[in-house]
Design a protein around this ligand. Sequence first.
Ligand code: PTT
Ligand code: SF4
Length: 611
Amino acid sequence: MFGWNGRILHVNLNKEKAVADKYDSKIAKNFLGGRGFAAKILWDELKPGIDPLSPENRLVFAAGPLTGFALPSSGKMVVAAKSPLTWGYGDGNIGTYASVQMRKAGYDAVVIEGKAKNPMVSLIRNESADFFDAKDLWGLGTFETERRLAELYGRTAGVLCIGQAGENLVKYALIVSQEGRAGGRPGIGAVMGSKNLKAVVFIGSNELPAAHPKEMKDLGEEAYREVLAKPNYVFWKRQGTMSTIEWSQENSVLPTRNYREGVFEKASSIGGFVMEKMKVSNKGCPQCNMTCGNIVKDSDRKESELDYENVAMLGANIGLGNLKSVAALNRIADEYGLDTISLGNVLGFAMEASEKGLIKESIPWGKFKATKTLVSDIAYRKGYLGNLLADGVYSASQEIGNGSDRWAMHVKGLETSAYDCHTTPAMALAFGTCSIGAHHKDAWVISWEVKTGREGYTAEKVDKVIELQRIRGGIFECLTVCRFPWVELGFELEWYPKFLYAATGVEMSWETLNMIGDRVFNLIRSFWVREFGGKWSAEMDVPPARWFEEPLTKGPLKGKRLDRFKYDNMLKTYYQKRGWDERGIPTGSTLLKLGLEDVARELGGRVKISL
Ligand code: PTT
Ligand code: SF4
């Protein structure tokens, strides 16, 4: 095989042993890599119903066939497991040297099972895996952990690590790398913590096997030049994702005070232009010449990396209008290894619960010091509230009751990303049907929807959501390359089959690539259904009640809300187009068409599936 290494490393922490398994070229062609491999491994290796925080869960690190080659924005990987937050399929995409080093060590994926007796670091190199005591690192934040590991293994080693949140099994703890790249929103860091695994270090030195090395080199050089020449490049380097704050405010979709509103009165104080004045440098993922990480000095005079989601959720959504303070909360979240989206969401929920007198603690909107203390309580699961919020917004709403489930902002247990959907039905559908819960990664349809008309619940919108789920949630997640060159600069999609051919020697049309996207999407859906069995229903794909029940009270779209009847009809159309039944379960013939016969057989043994 070219492009792919053809090997997956299986690590057993109980035995402190690792075995490299070869895999078939059919697997490579059918699932590509990244999310495709992760979904296949979790489907094949997990017994349904296991506790995600038990040693039986698998922690998967998976790269794609382009990872590690000199191609634009190709230094990313997928981290995945059964999620402790949702109890369904969970993954995240992280930019890190670990992706490149893992591939150069000779592996396309690493699968970790079992649980170490004591805190441990695993070092994975060409042909070897070693295990070291990590007692000295346990209890440290991610930045200090990485600093110490860099002293031992050098700054070019690829490190994936967890902070205190992962150690304390906070259900939205994620994995951090390079002081500010973070991935695995649905609690993948907690899965790592449950295995007593503080960090994995990757060091590799093999040449990656390209099918057409000369073509690969030429294509790579041309592609990097093309990225630099894109008209939006200069502005992107200035602001990265931060300009979305102003865009969201203008379009009434900036989540404000627990998604009650889509406009924030202090938006201009936390937007891209204010950030530019504070900015000290740019940072980015390996292999990328777009380096979109905005480094600023926060209110503690430390460096923090700002992105739209972080600022919207830890700013507008909790009523905090000072960017330096927002940056401090963001940095603390990185150090603890807490997902900023879920964190901003649970904080907004707690502030609303406090305002309504449903909890005895006083957590006012937008007060930095009180919020900072609460963030620390969450990371350490300290006190009633810290512990309650550490389990996520769905669980907290179940505990405090009093109708709070109507404004607990999640889908399938994963907190909503930073887009208010009172007025954007297609984005609501994208959240409703995303493969990990309410994340924007599979189908960020909102900018298209705002441009083309936000009122309708049309079949055209359903088509657009599916198209994006194929490209973003499918191809980009399986290749594990960053989607920003395409989304933000208009770097053409046609480049990717060419890259794939140069790397692997395999020619794939867009039709084939879309088929792979659908195969992986349906496999993940089957994973969810296998887990939930008879409890699965279309209700799982419905976004939070607040967007249907409480109209916006501010801004140009005051009075607007989603229509539940029309949403349900749009969802039905979505199911039909996907080849799923009225419960949102893939039919037997859909699975067969995608070559998932074994999945159809097993799923059919658990729930009644239609032909
Ligand atoms: C991603 C989610 C996002 S999406 C953001 S900001 W975004 C938040 N970032 C966090 C952070 O930082 N620290 C922290 N403690 N928690 C955080 N949680 C949030 O996590 C990220 C970029 C971004 S910035 C986005 S959109 C794109 N995402 C991609 C993707 O998903 N797939 C892909 N093929 N390419 C992508 N490119 C872009 O990458 P999750 P990163 Mg991320 C500080 O992790 O779980 O996928 O959730 O990885 O390396 O930091 O790059 O406005
Ligand atoms: Fe990483 Fe940003 Fe480059 Fe994407 S564009 S690879 S997120 S630095």
